[in-house]
Design a protein. Structure first.
Length: 233
């Protein structure tokens, strides 16, 4: 249920029933050779809409930019804003909604850059961050135990949610183990690792079936997190 599809008087009426607002936060980021740059935007919007269906909250227009790894700078199309800009943007747009009577704000993001998450984690006391991908992956994936990037998990989700956007014939994989990638993940090294093709993990093992299982678990987590935080005073 999109806020921006409504008139202001309709929003005013809906606000009497539910005072919480969902804000999807995406990012414009390379996703290897086989997934589009808006992958995390599509996923944030998908889980935001599922949460809206389950709770009756309105969904605010998506924030389409986020904080990305400096080592992705040369991967064409990727762009980033700073943590302060991300935090500031959300703080400013929220101020108006707070003034109009919205009470709690639920940010949904599908992008795990640690600085992006930091920026979204402590915006204000009435803002709660939900990361749908923070689930238990055991028993679902064949070659990974956690979410990586454009990987077995993320590609499975894409195959389930929007198969027409996945360039299946172009999937290539070249994993870099977490310890070796750590310095890039924490923005300490801004050069692209030589062997890096934009994805980590094993996208060749992705399937739509795994995607369905993951998405169902992620919807469950998203709704549970909402309910936990919605009752907090
Ligand atoms: Zn992603």
């Amino acid at each position: 249920m999109k806020l921006s599809d409504r008139t202001y008087s309709e929003v005013r009426e809906l606000l009497k029933v539910n005072k919480n607002l969902i804000i999807p936060v995406g990012t414009c980021e390379q996703h290897g050779l086989h997934l589009p740059l808006n992958n995390d935007i599509l996923c944030a919007e998908y889980f935001a809409e599922e949460l809206s269906k389950a709770t009756g909250c309105l969904v605010a227009p998506t924030v389409n930019y986020g904080v990305n790894l400096p080592c992705d700078r040369s991967l064409t199309g990727t762009t980033s804003i700073s943590t302060n800009t991300l935090k500031g943007t959300i703080t400013e747009i929220m101020d108006w909604w707070r003034y109009q009577g919205f009470l709690k704000f639920f940010i949904i993001t599908f992008h795990g850059d640690p600085f992006h998450i930091d920026a979204l984690s402590d915006i204000a006391d009435d803002v709660y961050l939900i990361e749908p991908y923070e689930i238990d992956y055991s028993g679902i994936l064949e070659k990974q135990t956690t979410m990586r990037h454009s990987c077995e998990a993320e590609t499975s989700i894409a195959l389930y949610l929007y198969p027409e956007k996945v360039r299946v014939s172009l999937i290539e994989e070249k994993d870099i183990v977490f310890e070796d990638f750590r310095q890039y993940l924490f923005h300490e090294n801004c050069e692209k690792p030589e062997e890096y093709i934009g994805c980590l993990g094993y996208p060749k093992s992705a399937t739509e079936e795994k995607g369905k299982i993951l998405v169902e678990k992620m919807i469950e987590r998203t709704i549970n997190e909402y309910h936990k935080k919605a009752v907090m005073l």
